[in-house]
Design a binder for this molecule. Structure first.
Ligand SMILES: Cc1ncc(COP(=O)(O)OP(=O)(O)O)c(N)n1
Ligand SMILES: Cc1ncsc1CCOP(=O)(O)O
Ligand SMILES: [Mg+2]
Length: 213
């Protein structure tokens, strides 16, 4: 049963680019993306606040689902659509504050035990990674692979799910065939020779997500 303790998201979030600048947020929303994340690493709240507020304003303008990675206090302060947190963040975050502010919550997982932890939090969606090797982030664990991803999706069949890690254009059909509702990508778009064409092709395969909720 999907009964999150945070506001629900559509079962299928579709293409979900994870990007590190307001410029990327603006061009991807203009290109038709409707689920997106601002992921800026290793800066202070003061340093990122202007970017967070600009990204949230863009998300509103396009009626998109804009998640803020890590900076949950700023996300609450400026009323983002949602927050994405890693497992190690769960113990140090005021989850009640996120819930009471009405923000959606996405949580990262890397194995069955982490899925147990995530399910206990009852987030809006669960991210599963990393599926394939990735150059974008140093990962302490090994890639899960498609077979393991499919096992997790079967377990979470009523939950909105997001696959992340090494998802390229070529690999997208096989990832979507597991039944996952969303693919989160960084380099497939930001390192593409033609980001606009890559985004259009990924949107064609994964969709922009179900209706807004
Ligand atoms: C959709 C999505 N899934 C996983 C992650 C990774 O989040 P996290 O574990 O918090 O690691 P960092 O991104 O903060 O390095 C994500 N950002 N988005
Ligand atoms: C942020 C993050 N979390 C798990 S893998 C990853 C990076 C994904 O980037 P790419 O799509 O370029 O492999
Ligand atoms: Mg994080």
């Amino acid at each position: 049963m999907y009964q999150p303790d945070f506001p629900a998201v559509p079962h299928r979030l579709g293409l979900y680019p994870v990007v590190d600048s307001v410029e990327w947020i603006a061009r991807l929303l203009e290109a038709g993306v409707r689920t997106i994340q601002l992921r800026i690493k290793d800066k202070s709240d003061d340093e990122v606040e202007a970017d967070v507020t600009a990204a949230i304003a863009l998300g509103r303008r396009y009626r998109a689902r804009l998640f803020i990675n890590d900076y949950w206090q700023l996300a609450i302060k400026h009323q983002a659509y949602g927050v994405h947190l890693g497992q190690e963040d769960l113990g140090t975050t005021d989850l009640d504050a996120i819930r009471q502010a009405g923000l959606r919550l996405g949580v990262s997982t890397h194995d069955d035990m982490e899925i147990d932890v995530a399910l206990a939090v009852k987030p809006s969606y669960i991210a599963l990674g990393h599926v394939f090797p990735t150059q974008t982030k140093q990962m302490p664990s090994s890639p899960q692979g498609l077979a393991q991803l499919a096992v997790h999706i079967a377990r979470l069949k009523n939950y909105p799910t997001v696959a992340i890690g090494g998802i390229s254009l070529d690999r997208t059909p096989a990832v979507l065939a597991t039944g996952v509702g969303s693919i989160a990508v960084v380099s497939a778009i930001t390192q593409a020779p033609d980001w606009h064409m890559a985004t259009a092709q990924l949107l064609e395969m994964a969709g922009a997500g179900d209706e807004r909720s």
